[in-house]
Write a protein that binds this ligand. Structure first.
Ligand SMILES: [Zn+2]
Length: 186
C-alpha cells in the first residue's frame, strides 16, 4: 500500500480547492449552523476516493427527505467496481449527519467503501479476512470513512459515542467502518 493511499487526504488536484472550501466552511460555520437549525435542514458532504467525485447536499428539510439529494447520495456511494446502486439507509445518513456535527468539521466524509454488490463483496471477502461474507455494506447499511484533519481514533470514539450501530477500527487501512446494525465495536 502506498503512503499516499494510507493517509486520509484528497488527491493532489483537490488540495487547493479543498483547502479554500474548508477555510470558507470554518469561517461561516456558526452562521451556517444557525441557518440549518432555523430552517430545519440536514446537510452531508462526501468525497469518493475511488472516483474523485464530491457531493455537498441538503438531503432533509422541514421534516422531509429530499428525493433528488438521495439520488445523488446513492450515486456517490454506489459500488464503484460494478456501478450498482442500492439506496443507502436513511438512519445511516442521519448517523453520518450527527457524526459530522459532533466532530464539528466542515470537511467531507471520504468514502473508502459504501454500497457493495454481492459480487464485489464476494471478491473482497475471498481476498481479505477483514471483509464479512454477509456484510452490511450489501444492504446499504454500512460505510467505511475517514475525514481529512480528523484523527482516526477521534473519529472512532465519536462514532462509538453515538451508540447507533457498529463501529469498526481499521488503522492499518486508515478508515473507520460505521453501520446501523447492532450496537457493537471492534
Ligand atoms: Zn465496512
Amino acid at each position: 500500500m502506498s503512503r499516499s493511499h494510507s493517509i486520509c487526504h484528497m488527491r493532489r488536484h483537490w488540495l487547493k480547492a479543498g483547502a479554500s472550501l474548508a477555510l470558507a466552511g470554518l469561517v461561516s460555520r456558526p452562521a451556517l449552523a444557525s441557518v440549518q437549525q432555523a430552517t430545519g435542514m440536514r446537510e452531508l458532504s462526501f468525497y469518493n476516493r475511488h472516483t474523485g467525485e464530491s457531493l455537498k447536499t441538503s438531503y432533509w428539510a422541514e421534516g422531509d427527505y429530499l428525493t433528488e439529494a438521495l439520488v445523488d447520495i446513492n450515486h456517490i456511494l454506489r459500488d464503484h467496481r460494478t456501478n450498482d446502486i442500492l439506496p443507502i439507509e436513511l438512519p445511516l445518513l442521519d448517523m453520518l449527519h450527527t457524526l459530522q456535527g459532533v466532530l464539528a468539521t466542515p470537511r467531507p466524509f471520504q468514502i473508502i467503501s459504501g454500497y457493495r454488490s454481492p459480487k464485489t463483496n464476494a471478491v473482497l471477502s475471498a481476498n481479505s479476512g477483514g471483509v464479512a461474507k454477509r456484510s452490511l455494506h450489501m444492504q446499504g447499511k454500512a460505510i467505511d470513512i475517514c475525514i481529512e484533519g480528523i484523527r482516526l481514533d477521534q473519529l472512532r470514539l465519536a462514532a462509538i459515542s453515538l451508540q447507533r450501530g457498529g463501529v469498526g477500527y481499521y488503522p492499518a487501512s486508515n478508515f473507520v467502518h460505521v453501520d446501523t446494525g447492532r450496537v457493537r465495536a471492534w
